[in-house]
Design a protein around this ligand. Structure first.
Ligand code: SAM
Ligand code: SF4
Length: 381
């Protein structure tokens, strides 16, 4: 926030009107994004886990209060930079059964937040509605991400048992720009579904908090303003983030100026929370390092084979997970690791160990600031 304040004060020391309103909208986004209930549930519901993360302890004292549980790794779209969309994926395709989901929740008495998505279209699993319902009965707050490319009846079922937060992945405001990345999708149908969803929520006064997240690239960024206006009309929150692209493909997808802004907008070195605060479970029930660890060869073990929370805690402290945590030891105590492991190929790890952030500019987090770079045409930057 300090950085933001510095940036938004003009050279005369007075704040321009557009800058002020941008700051207010940013504050509103922070409040909505870091919903107090979610912050509390993920950080304070399991204070020992939070402390272990803060101190970077190698042994986790307790199970985390947040779990990412992927209900399915199959999709109806073919997004060209998504491992599921392109099929460059060393994972067995699977749909999680409701029984396995129930079993997973029973293994973690600390869980207070469940993110039901990762590498597929969650609503292709017909049991997802029951999963949301079970979470609500257990006072577990849920969220999911969706492409919204399906029959309206799915929306009806979802509204009967909604997640607390619904993230819509819609990257465009016309059929042409939308399908540059969302290959196989039909924007007109998705727009109708958005209208329908908004209308149902307005009429019933019930439903998830909806956020439209627009991943921009050079082929769709001219739509940002139109999309933001549409989101306002539909009463959805609106966020703009960069499409994450491997460095060798970056010139194909992004204008050089935008790439510079993306790298400049995030210079914080973070310690990866996944190894302490958020457990990632694949549709097969396998425990993964994080949401990027989709290859079955990197699985740590399977929750389907466990019977008690103690067994799960033991798996959470398996040798390989502890080795992952050693990657994030504080500077000075950083341990040399004899054999490279998954975390060492990740930008979060590289940055946390002080490697050149300009060389590893991409991070999917904390890019909501980016929409200040694309103001409406009548606002002076
Ligand atoms: C793999 S998707 C699975 C959920 C659902 N199918 C969807 O697309 O929302 C999970 C998240 O990854 C995002 N995503 C996909 N490709 C991306 C990319 N190249 N850069 C950044 N985020 C991406 C999606 O927009 C979505 O928010
Ligand atoms: S819609 Fe989601 S899961 Fe499907 S291909 Fe696109 S990003 Fe991947």
């Amino acid at each position: 926030m300090v950085i933001l304040n510095v940036k938004t004060v003009s050279s005369q020391g007075t704040m321009m009107k557009s800058e002020k309103s941008h700051m207010l909208s940013t504050l509103k986004k922070i409040a909505l994004r870091y919903n107090p209930s979610e912050v509390f549930r993920s950080a304070f519901a399991s204070p020992k886990a939070t402390w272990a993360y803060y101190r970077r302890h190698i042994k986790a004292p307790t199970l985390p209060s947040r779990m990412m549980i992927d209900p399915i790794n199959i999709c109806n779209l073919k997004c060209p930079l998504c491992p599921t969309g392109v099929g460059t994926y060393g994972a067995r395709r699977a749909k999680m059964s409701y029984e396995l989901f129930e079993h997973i929740l029973s293994l973690n008495p600390n869980v207070r937040m469940a993110d039901l998505y990762n590498l597929g279209e969650p609503f292709l699993n017909p049991d997802i509605f029951k999963m949301f319902k079970l979470c609500r009965e257990k006072d577990i707050r849920t969220s999911t991400h969706t492409n919204l490319f399906y029959d309206r009846s799915i929306i009806d079922q979802m509204l009967e048992n909604p997640p607390a937060r619904l993230h819509l992945s819609v990257d465009g405001a016309t059929p042409e720009t939308y399908s540059i990345y969302r290959a196989g999708g039909d924007f007109n149908r998705i727009r109708e579904n958005m209208e329908y969803l908004s209308d149902r929520i307005r009429k019933t006064g019930k439903g998830p908090a909806v956020e439209w997240v627009f991943l921009f690239h050079k082929g769709n960024k001219q739509d940002i303003f139109t999309a933001r206006e549409m989101a306002r009309r539909l009463n959805f929150q609106f966020f703009v983030r960069p499409l994450v692209v491997p460095p060798h493909l970056a010139p194909e997808w992004h204008d050089p100026e935008d790439l510079k802004k993306v790298s400049a907008s995030f210079h914080m070195n973070v310690v990866c929370p996944h190894l302490w605060l958020k457990m990632t479970i694949k549709p097969t029930g396998a425990l993964a390092f994080c949401c990027f660890a989709y290859d079955d060869a990197d699985d740590i073990g399977s929750l389907a084979d466990l019977n008690t929370p103690e067994e799960l805690l033991a798996l959470w402290n398996e040798g390989i997970v502890r080795r992952g945590r050693t990657c994030f030891q504080r500077k000075g105590t950083f341990r040399e690791i004899s054999k490279p492991m998954l975390c060492e190929t990740c930008n979060v790890y590289k940055r946390s160990n002080g490697l050149d952030p300009k060389k590893y500019p991409y991070n999917t987090h904390a890019h909501d600031w980016m929409d200040r770079e694309f103001p409406p045409p009548n606002v002076k930057k």
